[in-house]
Design a protein. Structure first.
Length: 159
């Protein structure tokens, strides 16, 4: 049986909706906003998952990257397209958003390269941070100096 999941992520919690290919809701719930908690919640359907959809946002790279590392088929959807697709909903809650995202990935309502944002594994992010540190710490954020200090202190000392 093909199964699809929709995630509505926030800092504190993640609303999850799992639906069958027929549109029947198999499970809906909320877990802590932690990648391990999300992975544990989806574990039951791991072999049947065709797509796990989440809206691009503040925590989607972190959670999506972890799910990619776990081997799950993650699709990170462009937030403007999700908003347009779910705009007709009268009651906007995290649970309803998760259900709407699950329906989007099931039906392919929002598809194409312009709608999907690539979720990279954590190793790719670590590699990119290390590149920025090697290039003189020219990362565009205010936390760049902290990140480069961590990178430099992690290097083996000569001698």
């Amino acid at each position: 049986m093909s199964v699809y999941a929709g995630l509505d992520t926030s800092l504190g919690a993640v609303a999850i909706c799992v639906i069958a290919e027929t549109g029947e809701m198999l499970w809906q719930g909320k877990v802590l906003g932690d990648p391990d908690a999300v992975t544990a919640a989806l574990q039951r359907w791991r072999d049947d998952l065709v797509r796990v959809g989440l809206e691009a946002g503040a925590t989607s790279e972190w959670i999506g990257g972890h799910l990619v590392d776990e081997g799950l088929p993650v699709v990170c959807l462009e937030s403007r397209h999700v908003k347009a697709a779910l705009g007709a909903m009268t009651v906007k809650t995290d649970r309803n958003d998760a259900q709407g995202i699950a329906q989007i990935v099931r039906t392919g309502l929002v598809q194409g390269s312009s709608s999907e944002v690539r979720c990279r594994p954590e190793a790719a992010h670590a590699h990119r941070r290390a590149q920025g540190c090697r290039q003189g710490g020219s990362l565009p954020t205010s936390r760049s100096s902290e990140a480069c200090c961590v990178c430099r202190s992690a290097r083996p000392q000569a001698g």
